[in-house]
Design a protein around this ligand. Structure first.
Ligand SMILES: Cc1ncc(COP(=O)(O)O)c(C=O)c1O
Length: 421
């Protein structure tokens, strides 16, 4: 008897035939499935996308949480506005304005993590078979979210300088619904879009009339080099109308998940007020608003300057972990394997020799108690079977070294080559 037949026998319902069409393109995340196997304590997992638990500011959140409950308990526990907690929206608008992008609260929507912003954008923009252009590889959970709206993906190559603009030029068409870009320390590739290409991307999108979704959760986690101008910075400068409100065609996403804590689930969108209104309507039907208490915590810790100081501690910890991983890879990985050298963020990207399959390597690696995520699912239109993603933020430096040594042994057996040193 099949599972479906068993379900029917027990419930009398054929659930599958009742699910909406949009569920047919939903699939379980390879990462989530994998994380289940790697939860055992002796496992060294480079698979997830989790921050280091050691850097969570538990004491500060507790102190601020106490104060909020003491001074404004009923507000913290009450329903709030869909657009978000007023002072937090004002703070983000002021920060954007200080950075040269004229914004008011009307430009800001607080979301339940930036993942919700991604889903809401899909909801308001994507009709069945709409073309959505994205770099390949790209963030897996966006592919998943927009699958259910019936997006038709068009992948654009990326290299060590991010999305290849010559390829984008030949690909992006007027009428495409969205151009989805991750300019800083991309998840999964770890690469950063160069300053020159940023200008080209904005210009191309503008001339072809395609709005850009700039997904930028890792910007504050830069270990070296200077901040590059964001796509929204360039777009804002290119516009001549001026005024105190941003009305450009970039929809910028950010989050407190990487600088404060992902469990609070606070992200935000910066966009033209028209788009913010539409997103707000969509959000009303999803969760009414993002948790007020959590927004108030994020506001207090951000407004007091604590998060700026705290980000420096996170950067120090992650830089050490990235360096440890890169040094260990030089030592243990075979000479015919290549990888990216991210200037920030939480991930790096490995390319195996042509014909070698990362999913098969993972099967070999699991008995050695080490895991990563195979790269194929990150490719919106297929390919990438010889690639995989490594997370360097979550494991301690000691574990990173041991895990890379284990992985190196597995790779040497498969690749038939010795390490470069
Ligand atoms: C590129 C990218 N976008 C969005 C998100 C979602 O972040 P949040 O925790 O704010 O929902 C992540 C999380 O890992 C990410 O890597």
């Amino acid at each position: 008897m099949t599972t479906d037949e068993r379900v029917m026998e027990n419930t009398g319902l054929d659930w599958h035939s009742l699910y909406a069409q949009r569920t047919h393109r939903m699939a379980n995340s390879a990462i989530r499935e994998l994380l289940k196997v790697t939860e055992q304590p002796d496992f060294i997992s480079f698979a997830g996308g989790m921050p280091a638990p050691e850097v969570f500011p538990v004491d500060e959140v507790r102190a601020v949480g106490d104060r909020i409950l003491r001074d404004a308990g009923p507000t913290a526990l009450q329903y709030g506005r869909t657009e978000g907690y007023g002072p937090l929206r004002q703070l983000i608008a002021q920060q954007m304005t200080n950075e040269g992008i004229p914004c008011t609260s009307d430009n800001i929507l607080i979301t339940t993590g930036s993942q919700q912003a991604i889903d809401l954008l899909g909801k308001i923009f994507i009709d069945l078979d709409d073309r959505v252009v994205m770099e390949s590889p790209t963030y897996l959970a966006t592919i998943q979210a927009w699958n259910s709206y019936g997006a038709s993906y068009v992948g654009v190559d990326s290299d060590d300088d991010g999305i290849v603009t010559e390829h984008l030029e030949g690909t992006l068409q007027s009428g495409d619904k969205l151009l989805y870009c991750l300019p800083n320390f991309q998840n999964p590739g770890g690469v950063t879009l160069s300053a020159e290409r940023r200008r080209d991307v904005v210009e191309l999108a503008m001339t072809r009339g395609v709005p850009i979704v700039e997904d930028d959760p890792y910007r504050e986690l830069r270990f070296e080099g200077e901040h590059l101008r964001r796509l929204i910075d360039i777009d804002s400068e290119n516009r001549s109308e001026g005024g105190a409100v941003y009305r450009g065609s970039v929809m910028y996403l950010s989050t407190f998940s990487k600088t404060l804590a992902p469990g609070l689930r606070i992200g935000w969108v910066v966009a033209a007020p028209e788009v913010i209104s539409e997103l707000t309507m969509a959000k009303q039907g999803v969760d009414l608003h993002t948790a007020m208490f959590n927004q108030m915590i994020a506001y207090e810790l951000s407004a007091s300057g604590f998060l700026d100081r705290h980000s420096r501690d996170i950067i120090r910890a992650y830089k050490e972990r990235r360096d440890t991983m890169l040094v260990a890879m030089e030592e243990y990985f075979p000479s015919n394997v290549r990888w990216t050298r991210p200037q920030g963020g939480m991930f790096l990207w490995v390319t195996l020799p042509d014909g070698m399959n990362a999913a098969a390597v993972l099967q070999d690696a699991i008995p050695h108690r080490v895991a990563f995520v195979p790269g194929a699912p990150f490719h919106p239109t297929g390919g990438g079977e010889n690639t995989f993603r490594l997370n360097f933020s979550n494991a301690s430096p000691d574990k990173i070294r041991l895990g890379i040594e284990r992985l190196g042994e597995v790779l040497q057996q498969r690749a038939g080559e010795s390490p470069r040193r």
